[in-house]
Write a protein that binds this ligand. Sequence first.
Ligand code: AMP
Length: 220
Amino acid sequence: MYTTKPIIILMGPPGSGKGTQAKQLALKYRFKHLSTGDLLRALMHEEKPNKEELEEARESTAKGRLVADWLIFRLAFRAITLELTAHNGIVLDGAIRNVSQAEKFEKFFVAEKLWDQVRVFYLEVNEEELVRRLALRRVCEKCGAIYQKSATGDVCVACKGKLMQRADDSPEVMRARLTMQGKLSQQPVIDFFTQKNKLMLVWADAPADDVFKRIEAALK
Ligand code: AMP
């Protein structure tokens, strides 16, 4: 389907379905899925993590704040550089959440001569629905599959792993994340990519398969 390497950047508030859509794209088109949230969670589970990195990851995610740019750049660019030669496309899930990150990623992809392949999608969902989704979200501790609690019980249908609630989906942290990472705070980044003619808003208050079709249609 694709003759060039697409670099797909998924943006959206917590609970908008970035992870679910990224996993689908990775599965269907063999794109590499890179989630900065997952990279941070992996860092927090490392046996011998760098102390400074660990402290920053723990403190910020526990408060629902954005993690410092230096740590995002360190984790993301290391992972992207590893994947650029090996894969035919990349889906960046949540990697860009402020303008300084957007500028840095632009610079990186321009230098790699990949800027033309960059497409940005902002998944838009109303806040009431986000609160509902986050309260019900369960994640497989083994394979990372994402579920809604009511539909599935507490065992992953894919790998039989245990389904857990993410620590930052607790009511207090969830509220902080929706304030600090919701549409209002993301608007400057939305404007940045709109001016660059890169952004598409996707109405994501719909079943995941429908949202996926909208993204696919836009990519063709
Ligand atoms: P997520 O799994 O995408 O919901 O991310 C979990 C948490 O990781 C967020 O609430 C932020 O604290 C942090 N995080 C992930 N990506 C970024 C980013 N690009 N910039 C700053 N913080 C981030």
